[in-house]
Design a protein around this ligand. Structure first.
Ligand SMILES: Nc1ncnc2c1ncn2[C@@H]1O[C@H](COP(=O)(O)OP(=O)(O)OP(=O)(O)O)[C@@H](O)[C@H]1O
Ligand SMILES: [Mg+2]
Length: 430
């Protein structure tokens, strides 16, 4: 069952137009950015941009004082990769200030100007002087993120490397099954090149589900980060189907997998640079690296079963991720294994109310079809292409890749019973 939906983002829950939410901004590399602002409003926006997931590698410093302070600062110290200047003054003063700054600016430093004037002549003059971008105040954090990140991505490069993280609200809810079928549908139905990355190194099932037993996989990359580049990662991929490759987990226990928070960064950077769509099968864990993987993804799909623990965990995950990703649309969630005979279940409508968002899909419990697929190393669409779940995976693929988006109503009223359970859940989780 697919629900009508209207995505929203940010603490204010302002509706985000689809083109905004689907806009792809590649993360900034390890660069230094120094901002010289004139207004507290702009300084706050730049500071918020610095905390955006796409700026996690950049070092950003925000100061006040505008162009005069910048010129003064760089008289005696080297300039960073990016200088962001707020200029409240009129056009000619902006140009004079820039000329002064040019005398102390190192070659290679890029300058972004935030100004008050919507003036095409000024804009052309700024570009002529080598300014990389001009933004009109007031700026939103995402405007600053976009401006800085775009300085480092090739201007006419096709956007590649959309990362979709799939995680379970509890273990065993079927998040890997959903991740694999989603990736399969992205590759087969949308003909988009996709890579499934199995991050459950000890117990991952992607190899089994795609009937593959590759000799190499993600462990080779994560244990030798210095060797990781596009060609290296390319050799670790095994082809599952047309448009679909797998970066498999070893699923062996001869090592332990205690990773640092940024252990997967080189692998993801490399995949992002070459693959249009990366589906991450994230194990149900809460650690430095899983948190970083989820916060850093372009979109997140939480898979939940219809019970109370799943509801509480999904709520905690969504609340956390909404706060950690204020400039992104909120995580999607879907319900899986719904309709187990005789099992009391929490209804999808109660999930909608408690999570203030409808599930993006509700997948039926069907042990026959899912069991056959799992045991044969096949996808649901291969076992039974007309199955309701196969159709749901096709629609999920469209939504998660931003190929289509419908409108959905929002729920404000939370029934007292669920509200009480949630409060209890929060107390347990805190
Ligand atoms: N809708 C469904 N109906 C019936 N069985 C299902 C359904 N979805 C998944 N399963 C089965 O549930 C089992 C667990 O699925 P899966 O391994 O995908 O869960 P997981 O959340 O990734 O688990 P883990 O926490 O171990 O990683 C598998 O045997 C799978 O075939
Ligand atoms: Mg799994």
């Amino acid at each position: 069952m697919m629900r009508e939906q209207q995505r929203s983002t940010g603490p204010t829950d302002e509706p985000v137009v689809a083109s905004d939410a689907e806009e792809y901004i590649s993360p900034a590399p390890r660069v230094s950015v120094q901002a010289f602002c004139e207004t507290a409003e702009t300084a706050a926006a730049v500071q918020a941009a610095a905390e955006d997931r796409r700026m996690i590698k950049a070092h950003v410093r925000v100061q006040m004082g505008g162009m005069a302070a910048a010129a003064e600062a760089y008289r005696s110290s080297p300039t960073p990769n990016v200088i962001c200047l707020e200029a409240e003054v009129r056009g000619e003063d902006v140009l004079a200030g820039l000329d002064e700054l040019a005398n102390v600016c190192d070659a290679g430093t890029r300058v972004v100007v935030i100004g008050r004037f919507n003036d095409i002549v000024l804009y052309r003059e700024l570009l002529r002087r080598g300014v990389s971008d001009y933004m009109m105040a007031p700026v939103k954090p995402i405007d600053v993120v976009r401006s800085i990140c775009n300085l480092f991505s090739a201007p006419d490069a096709k956007p590649v490397g959309r990362v979709i993280a799939v995680v379970g609200a509890k273990g065993g809810v079927g998040s890997s099954t959903v991740a694999h079928n989603l990736a399969f549908s992205i590759a087969r139905d949308l003909a988009l090149d996709a890579v499934v990355t199995d991050l459950d190194l000890a117990f991952g099932t992607a190899g089994l589900d795609f009937n593959q037993d590759p000799p190499q996989g993600i462990a080779d990359a994560v244990f030798s980060p210095d060797r990781v580049d596009t060609a290296f990662v390319d050799r670790l991929l095994s082809k599952c189907a047309e448009h679909l490759s797998l970066l498999a987990a070893p699923a062996t226990l001869d090592r332990v997998y205690d990773f640092g928070a940024d252990a997967f960064d080189p692998v993801f950077d490399s995949l992002r640079a070459t693959v249009p769509c990366v589906v991450l099968d994230v194990p149900h864990l809460w650690s430095g690296w899983t948190k970083r993987v989820l916060v850093g993804a372009d979109d997140i799909l939480i898979v939940a079963g219809p019970d109370l623990a799943n509801l509480r965990n999904a709520k905690n995950l969504i609340d956390f991720l909404k706060t950690a990703r204020p400039n992104d649309r909120r995580p999607f969630y879907c319900l899986n294994q719904v309709g187990v005979p005789k099992r009391p279940e929490i209804k999808p409508s109660d999930f909608s109310k408690a999570l203030e968002d409808d599930p993006v899909a509700v997948l039926p419990f069907d042990p026959q079809v899912f069991g056959t697929a799992a045991n044969n190393g096949q996808m649901i669409a291969e076992v039974s292409s007309g199955h309701r779940a196969a159709e749901i995976f096709r629609q999920l693929a469209q939504i998660l890749t931003g190929r289509s988006e419908a409108k959905r109503p929002r729920h404000k009223f939370i029934p007292p019973m669920i509200d009480k359970l949630l409060k209890r859940g929060r107390a347990v989780g805190s």
